[in-house]
Design a protein around this ligand. Structure first.
Ligand SMILES: NC(=O)c1ccc[n+]([C@@H]2O[C@H](COP(=O)([O-])OP(=O)(O)OC[C@H]3O[C@@H](n4cnc5c(N)ncnc54)[C@H](O)[C@@H]3O)[C@@H](O)[C@H]2O)c1
Length: 436
């Protein structure tokens, strides 16, 4: 079994490495020559725990190779996965399918013998039909099927998610394609992973329905947190109290600064537009998008309030800028809303992130980047935690107090306990947790 993975980003590289670990012969292709050069030198273009070792191991066995040359990779493949980006299209909120369609055209020219073309990118309902049309028009003789196989991995836990997924969804009505996909995912069959075969359009929608549901859950608990602040309740206890109900479940009930990242913001927006286009608007998701946007924008206000209403001439120490821990991904991170607003309000911002600073530098100009978690705090007026990296969970509180000008901590991830912080002498501000 040979696979070509078109697009070697967060999804393509992890999926390619994991398939190669399954024993499949994988060629990862990317247009970005510098990315491929780095991979050929054993340098990972992204931070993902465990990835470097997995890649090195499978490169060594010869199961995993990298190239910029799509044609030979596709020619010899039984299945070609499209794992290119589908960002938000400028101006209208739809998913931008330019990269997917361009990849389809390139693949079409290179097909040789029966090939299954698999969209792993998150693509709106109906994209499979369009990809099929593009390939058919570009190469009328080609023998192929187009399958939808959305990816559910999470950055930061991507390898485990891929190797031991809750389920695999495969959308196709072709028996021939089903057989190839069963071969590709054989190791997961053997460990009895639920593998759902659906219509292609159903698989496409399943991915969006999953992401928008999770975004809704986060947004729900964020609004409950705001209500907790008004009535003196504790959102952590509310989340636990409802999360223990098996019908609800405890995951994705952590109140915070609003969801970000490479998927939820663009996928919620894209589904809203798909639904409007077909005359079946999703009022809940429209509200989720709106509430989350407003929430991210409002977070800087919490810092301003904690500092007595003004940041003019003040220094803010920030811990964490990535959209979540264990990734260097900055796409749509809440920090991109929060930090510029702090600066516009007259603050000097000093920040530290364990893995995200290289990505963040260009996106967050005028931030003073620091070498460790304590360095931003020297003489700062307030400390703000934006991302809940484990290394921020057990900081030396006495040291923080000695470094800060005033011991104000705005913890947008609730990683500290309000009562303990109060006893330690902090003016502590959480999300939805009373201090007294
Ligand atoms: N990042 C995630 O956590 C995640 C999870 C599930 C699904 N997804 C979906 O997977 C898709 C890919 O996301 P990502 O985060 O990996 O994107 P990414 O931007 O990290 O990677 C995409 C890669 O594709 C390459 N590329 C674009 N056009 C190409 C072409 N014609 N030939 C070869 N390479 C090409 C780019 O150079 C880039 O390296 C998106 O649709 C996304 O929604 C992402």
């Amino acid at each position: 079994m040979r696979i070509a993975m078109i697009g070697t980003g967060y999804v393509g590289l992890v999926s390619g490495a994991c398939f190669s670990e399954f024993g499949v012969d994988v060629v990862c292709v990317d247009k970005d020559a510098s990315k491929i050069d780095r991979l050929l030198d054993g340098i990972m273009p992204i931070f993902e725990p465990g990835l470097e070792d997995l890649v090195a191991k499978n490169v060594k066995t010869g199961n995993l190779t990298f190239t910029t040359d799509l044609v030979p990779a596709v020619k010899s493949a039984d299945a070609v996965f499209i794992a290119v980006g589908t960002p938000t299209r400028r101006g209208d909120g739809h998913a931008d399918l330019t990269y997917v369609y361009a990849a389809a055209r390139e693949i079409a020219q290179a097909l040789d013998g029966y090939t299954v073309i698999v969209t792993k990118s998150t693509v709106p309902v109906g994209t499979g039909v369009e990809v099929e049309k593009i390939i058919r028009e570009a190469n009328p003789e080609a023998d192929f099927d187009v399958v939808s196989n959305p990816e559910f991995l999470r950055e930061g836990a991507a390898i485990n998610d891929f190797m031991r997924p809750d389920r695999v969804v495969i959308g196709t009505s072709s028996e021939r394609a089903q057989e190839v996909m069963k071969q590709v995912y054989r190791p997961l069959y053997l460990i009895e992973t639920p593998i759902l075969f659906t219509k292609r359009v159903t698989a496409e929608l399943t991915k969006y329905a999953g992401n928008t549901f999770l975004a809704t859950k986060i947004t729900f608990i964020n609004e409950i947190a705001d209500l907790c602040e008004k009535v003196g309740a504790d959102v952590q206890d509310v989340a636990r109290g409802i999360g223990l109900d098996g019908r609800i479940g405890g995951k994705f009930l952590h109140a915070g600064p609003g969801y970000g990242g490479s998927c939820f913001p663009k996928d919620t927006l894209a589904l809203v537009h798909t639904a409007r286009d077909v005359g079946s608007p999703l009022c809940i998701i429209e509200a989720v998008v709106d509430v989350n946007d407003r929430r991210k924008k409002s977070m800087a206000g919490r810092v301003i309030d904690a500092c007595g209403g003004s940041l003019e001439g003040k220094t803010v120490a920030v811990l964490g800028v990535t959209f979540k821990p264990n990734t260097d991904d900055m796409r749509d991170s809440p920090s991109l809303d929060i930090i510029p607003t702090l600066q516009q309000n007259g603050a000097t911002v000093r920040a530290y992130d364990p893995e995200g600073m290289a990505e963040a530098r260009d996106l967050l100009p005028d931030v003073q980047w620091c070498d460790d978690a304590y360095q931003p705090m020297h003489g700062a007026d307030v400390l703000v935690i934006i991302t809940e990296w484990n290394s921020f969970r057990a900081l030396d509180l006495e040291r923080i107090k000695s470094l800060l000008k005033t011991p104000i901590l705005v913890d947008l991830r609730n990683i500290y306990i309000p009562e303990e912080m109060r006893q330690a002498g902090f003016d502590y501000h959480s999300i939805g947790r009373p201090t007294a």
